[in-house]
Design a protein around this ligand. Structure first.
Ligand SMILES: [Zn+2]
Length: 227
């Protein structure tokens, strides 16, 4: 069991370095076995977290089995995914910047690139707003869960991706961030068309977004493949 806890420490630090876990925001869960999950602890600095801080919970009722700290307030969110999706072993909730920005737009996100459908589905649902850590938010997410849907936007908050293993789930988070960067760039360009006075400010914004992250699939690649 300790190996799973070590993996959670490594993974949390990796996501913090990537800027997807801002401060203590963002959390994740891994399935330990048929009855248990391991989750990140609540309000913990991921760079000083130790394996012993990681919490192991009983999946059916979230009773804490081990771990020296209190479990993440979003344990209920991950449990909804892991109970409803037996194929999922990893669930990650992040505040990654570009996808979180897209949650402010208040709409589901159409995935216009067939090469991303396997990873993200054809349309990423927007889970309605509810405060962090509440059963209300977990219930709203549960209503959106589908067996072929591995990415979820949570309104005015962040995102959740899931997968059969850690690497697949990390790839989905990156694909989602790339898609959201592409979406934001298109929105900005469409919004400023015919407004020459905003060209300089928009150019800086576009540069910042284009340089914002390195990802496996760049927006340029997406556009080329689509055309
Ligand atoms: Zn959050």
């Amino acid at each position: 069991m300790n190996q799973v806890q070590e993996r959670i420490v490594e993974l949390s630090q990796r996501l913090s370095q990537r800027g997807f876990f801002a401060a203590t925001g963002g959390n994740l869960a891994l399935r330990v076995d048929a009855l248990h999950i391991a989750v990140t602890p609540s309000a913990t600095d991921y760079f000083t977290m130790r394996a012993d801080d990681v919490c192991v919970l009983r999946l059916k009722d979230l009773v804490q089995i081990s771990g020296e700290r209190a479990p993440s307030v979003e344990s209920g969110l991950h449990a909804k995914i892991l109970r409803n999706r037996p194929d999922v072993n990893c669930s990650i909730h992040t505040h990654q910047p570009l996808a979180s920005a897209c949650t402010l737009l208040g709409k589901p996100l159409e995935v216009g690139y067939p090469q991303l459908w396997k990873s993200l589905g054809q349309r990423i649902p927007l889970v309605g707003y509810a405060p962090s850590g509440t059963g209300w938010l977990a219930s709203k997410l549960e209503r959106a869960i589908r067996s072929d849907q591995n990415a979820y936007l949570m309104r005015n908050h962040g995102v959740l991706c899931c997968g059969p293993d850690i690497d697949t789930t990390l790839d989905r988070l990156e694909d989602l961030e790339t898609l959201c960067r592409d979406h934001l760039l298109k929105q900005i360009k469409a919004h400023t068309r015919g407004r020459p006075e905003s060209r300089a400010a928009v150019a800086r914004l576009i540069d910042a977004l284009t340089l914002a992250s390195s990802a496996a699939v760049s927006p340029q690649n997406l556009s080329e493949t689509q055309s």
